[in-house]
Design a protein around this ligand. Structure first.
Ligand SMILES: *[C@@H]1O[C@H](CO)[C@@H](O)[C@H](O)[C@H]1NC(C)=O
Ligand SMILES: *[C@@H]1O[C@H](CO)[C@@H](O)[C@H](O)[C@H]1NC(C)=O
Ligand SMILES: *[C@@H]1O[C@H](CO)[C@@H](O)[C@H](O)[C@H]1NC(C)=O
Ligand SMILES: *[C@@H]1O[C@H](CO)[C@@H](O)[C@H](O)[C@H]1NC(C)=O
Ligand SMILES: *[C@@H]1O[C@H](CO)[C@@H](O)[C@H](O)[C@H]1NC(C)=O
Length: 433
């Protein structure tokens, strides 16, 4: 009899433990039994699903919030676009695992580069209140304000699935208008890939129909990441870089904000970030790819986090005469064929001459287009014979005798051409297919 009771007891306890294990281990989303008691979570109520979020009761816009504890006393950096003439005191409000945290004062840092425009790239720094494991953050004009839109906090080191770290990310700040330069875009993307780039982030306001199709295909494959950037719905963005000359609300479609956002977006997932435009290729001249270039440079300059690469223009008005790479299958593809432009202009170093950058994102605090505004590492100007930018664009000298022949791009033709063909064929843009 005692044995019988013992067996039943053991059976009972085992079943109980099994059920307990099942409940504890089954993922939250799969649990069909609703949580029995307790009020519904008070936060986050409205989470922003937009790249640009208007900040309630202000003229400002928020873009993204990132964990950033590189400065003592601050934990969170919110990147936004603030109207410089309307900066007011703000409060950071946190959502701490489903409950509201206390507010903490916000520190507003307007970037020094704004080129005179009313709106500027802006960082808002926040401290996390005590006993708070924050998932979302928002800003308030009054500590007692309610119903604001929450931003998820990114780059949290503890947050679940860790993305694999890649070597190189290219940030293409802005795509706008009906830009449909498909051939140059494909060639540039495939050239980046041959050089060792793992991901290209593009901020998209609008683009032409063929380029849209091409990019959709690259998104699907995972090489391109598009951030929708509908800035024209919130303000009147300038397509120029200087307010006094071009007018508008913000410099070049918000380029300064998108470049900063891209650096923080890449901080935990990419060793290096390249800040250049799609008509530019950061080209190693002594190494076959960017990794061997950076291995060499970093060994020589271990404390450097910002590598400046000089811009060199290859004017589009001059064509290579033999037509060797004027390929028939590309004749119906809209856009520029970069392999046809081999004449490089010497920059005029008596005037300001811009660079583009390869950076270690963790060493950057604030960036502009041609230089980093605030950083934790040293800068280094990479010598011309080691690396330069091949910039195939409009403008440049009409005098061919002043230009130098430079066929560095041709060194890659054996792989570049079939890869470009494959990408174009995939989206039905290759002529004769
Ligand atoms: C919030 O606080 C301000 C000033 O402290 C006060 O004027 C306002 O009425 C308060 N609003 C609410 C909704 O409590
Ligand atoms: C909160 O704000 C959202 C959008 O800003 C609005 O649609 C909603 O009605 C507001 N809710 C309350 C309770 O004010
Ligand atoms: C990053 O570079 C290293 C060293 O060259 C290489 O072994 C690795 O495969 C690269 N990773 C990716 C994701 O390309
Ligand atoms: C870019 O944005 C425009 C406008 O929203 C959209 O129509 C287009 O599909 C987008 N393209 C990509 C590749 O995201
Ligand atoms: C790049 O340099 C060339 C001279 O080589 C110059 O004509 C051009 O304006 C520069 N481009 C940019 C975007 O700075």
């Amino acid at each position: 009899m005692a044995n019988y009771i013992k067996q039943i007891l053991i059976l009972f306890i085992t079943t109980f433990i099994l059920i307990l294990i099942f409940i504890v281990s089954s993922p939250r989303t799969d649990r069909s039994i609703p949580t029995p008691r307790g009020p519904p979570p008070v936060c986050p109520s409205t989470i922003s699903d937009q790249a640009i979020t208007p900040l309630k009761n202000t003229k400002h816009f928020l873009v993204s919030a990132f964990m950033d504890q590189r400065w003592n006393g601050f934990d969170i950096r919110i990147i936004g676009m603030f109207r410089r003439d309307s900066i007011q005191p703000l409060h950071c409000l946190f959502c701490c695992a489903g409950r509201l945290g206390e507010t903490t004062p916000a520190t507003v840092l307007v970037h020094s580069d704004h080129f005179g425009f009313p709106f500027a790239a802006t960082d808002v720094m926040c401290r996390i209140p005590q006993d708070c494991d924050p998932t979302h953050v928002t800003l308030l004009t009054q500590p007692n304000e309610s119903n604001s839109t929450w931003l998820p906090i990114r780059n949290k080191k503890t947050s679940g699935i860790k993305e694999k770290r890649v070597n190189f990310t290219v940030c293409i700040s802005n795509l706008f208008g009906d830009y449909n330069n498909v051939l140059q875009y494909t060639q540039a993307l495939e050239m980046y890939r041959l050089l060792g780039v793992n991901r290209v982030v593009i901020y998209n306001t609008s683009c032409g129909p063929d380029l849209d199709r091409l990019l959709q295909s690259y998104i699907q494959e995972g090489f391109v990441e598009i951030v929708p950037w509908p800035i024209h719905k919130h303000m009147n963005p300038s397509s120029g870089w200087l307010f006094s000359k071009y007018g508008g609300d913000i410099h070049y479609f918000g380029q300064l904000t998108t470049l900063n956002e891209c650096i923080y977006r890449s901080m935990e997932r990419s060793r290096y970030v390249l800040l250049n435009d799609i008509d530019e290729i950061i080209m190693p001249y002594q190494h076959s790819n960017l990794m061997s270039l950076m291995d060499t440079l970093q060994q020589q300059h271990p404390k450097v986090g910002i590598f400046l690469i000089e811009n060199h223009s290859f004017p589009r008005m001059h064509f290579e005469p033999s037509g060797r790479f004027k390929l028939p299958q590309w004749s119906g593809v809209p856009g520029v064929n970069i392999l046809e432009h081999i004449y490089r202009e010497d920059p005029d170093r008596t005037i300001y001459h811009p660079h583009k950058m390869i950076v270690q994102p963790r060493m950057v605090e604030q960036t502009s287009v041609h230089e980093v505004l605030k950083s934790f590492g040293q800068h280094y100007k990479v010598p011309l014979d080691v690396c330069r930018i091949i910039h195939i664009g409009v403008g440049g000298s009409p005098k061919l005798e002043l230009l130098h022949e430079d066929k560095r791009l041709w060194d890659f033709h054996e792989k570049l051409i079939p890869n470009v063909d494959k990408a174009l064929k995939k989206v039905g843009l290759l002529t004769g297919n």
